[in-house]
Design a protein around this ligand. Structure first.
Ligand code: PLP
Length: 448
């Protein structure tokens, strides 16, 4: 780090930590021992005191191309100087169309249309609203029920919280949306522990949709939303055959299937979208995070052509869908998105993730047998590692590892309770994979 970088980093260290209420954070613990990052490049963060910290979490599952990549930085800078903002309702700007076409080209089948938003949460709520409105404009207004899944994470809007299935994210927020039901989650440690990739056991759990459909009558169900790999709950890959089975049941009853690919989109599982990995075409795909490699907030919903077409009728001067955000398709996000997609293509980063998957899984499985390791679930460039909880202190071991990783081992990772999640930028090298798992092994022993 140069002297100039060091002094500018020092100037960014705050002297008052009180005002900022950090999201999804143990605020009091953080403020006693802050984990502050002042700069980043490629695979590394840098702290104010000049430590290089390897990023084993791709930010938060988002910086798939690595941090502060020059072409993305330059694109954002150019765009900021050229067009800061263009209204998104009744006006637009060329890069919004260009990015939508590029994303649609990456998506399977006739997922041809893109509705832009600013986050994964907005993408989910948008997809749920499009599902309801789609049935409505086709004269099936009785289809109002939305089906999520236990342990699912779909962001923090009321729609996403309602279909989500992580108890801690729901319990303080009242009754939420009416008419929501949940599929069972797909995890069973006895049947699935230490599986690389998709577990053999669990496809039959999709049949629970039959039961739910029978209970409510299928004609009242608008959509089913699932993550192809449940990420935030601690990495639960879909069992083999589960997603095709869900697709078949949705088809049978005219229910829309939404894949929430906010994490799995843009290379995380070795494909542009996980839909391609599983050979299943959903009716909508939600995305965010990797679309700009985390550099500017952006999300969106990919929509199949017949859904879009269903709205394109009535008087031509009329708004077809009464929904959108001030910053939908923001010029800076579009510029960042285009530069990011170029990088993914030019550096073949999705293919790289696929090629590294086996080595990644082997390295992760090297932790098997360490004290308290109950399960290891690698898939794509992701792994979830379950640790035994301390009696009466659930989550403490995970928290300690996350905190020590940053302060002592110069690494960031995610901890969900006592499950560790690693999910590095797709530019990670084999040597860096080795380094990450060595550090995790050391940390697991340290908190045993
Ligand atoms: C599958 C999924 N959906 C939605 C979201 C919410 O995204 P955001 O935090 O950008 O609102 C996330 C975030 O992790 C996610 O993993």
């Amino acid at each position: 780090m140069s002297q100039a970088q060091r002094s500018s980093a020092a100037a960014t260290v705050p002297n008052d930590l009180e005002s900022f209420w950090l999201p999804f954070t143990a605020n009091r613990a953080f403020k006693k021992s802050p984990r502050l990052i002042v700069r980043a490049k490629d695979m590394y963060y840098y702290t104010a005191d000049g430590r290089a910290v390897i990023d084993a979490a791709a930010g938060m599952w988002c910086t798939n191309a690595g941090h502060n990549r020059d072409p993305i930085v330059a694109a954002i800078q150019r765009q900021a100087a050229e067009l800061d903002y263009a209204p998104g309702f009744q006006f637009s700007h060329p890069k919004a169309f260009e990015l939508a076409s590029r994303i649609a080209a990456l998506a399977p089948a006739d997922l041809d249309h893109v509705f832009f938003v600013n986050s994964g949460s907005e993408a989910v709520d948008t997809a749920l609203k499009i599902a309801l409105a789609y049935h409505n404009v086709r004269g099936e207004a009785a289809r109002t029920r939305l089906i999520g899944r236990e342990r699912g994470y779909h962001g923090v809007g009321f729609g996403g919280t309602s279909v989500g299935g992580i108890v801690a994210n729901r319990r303080h927020f009242g009754a939420m949306l009416a008419g929501v039901d949940h599929l069972p989650h797909t995890y069973n440690r006895e049947q699935q522990a230490f599986t690389k990739g998709e577990p053999e056991w669990g496809a039959h759990l999709a049949d629970e949709l039959e039961r739910i459909a029978a209970l409510h009558d299928p004609s009242t169900i608008a959509a089913v939303i699932v993550e192809p790999m449940a990420g935030s709950t601690g990495v639960l890959p879909a069992p083999k055959g589960y997603l095709p089975r869900l697709r078949a049941i949705c088809d049978k009853y005219g229910i829309l299937l939404v894949f929430d690919e906010v994490i799995t989109g843009f290379g995380r599982l070795g494909y542009a979208f996980a839909a391609e990995r599983y050979g299943v075409v959903p009716d909508m795909i939600t995305f965010a995070k990797g679309v700009t490699s985390g550099s500017v907030p952006m999300g969106g919903v990919l929509v199949r052509k017949p859904i879009y077409d269903a709205f394109m009728r009535g008087p031509q001067h009329m708004v077809e869908l009464f929904h959108g955000y001030t910053y939908s398709a923001h010029p800076l996000a579009c510029a960042a998105g285009l530069a990011t997609l170029d990088l993914y293509r030019d550096e073949k980063l999705f293919e790289r993730a696929k090629a590294l998957e086996g080595k990644w899984a082997d390295a992760a499985m090297g932790l098997k047998g360490l004290p308290g390791v109950l399960d290891i679930r690698p898939i794509g460039l992701v792994v979830g590692i379950d640790l035994a909880s301390r009696p009466d202190a659930v989550g403490q071991r995970g928290f300690e590892i996350m905190d020590r990783a940053f302060h002592q081992e110069n690494m960031t990772l995610r901890a969900v309770g006592d499950t560790l999640a690693l999910t590095p930028p797709l530019i990670v090298t084999e040597a860096q994979i080795g380094e990450m798992f060595d550090k995790v092994g050391k940390l697991i022993r340290a908190v045993a």
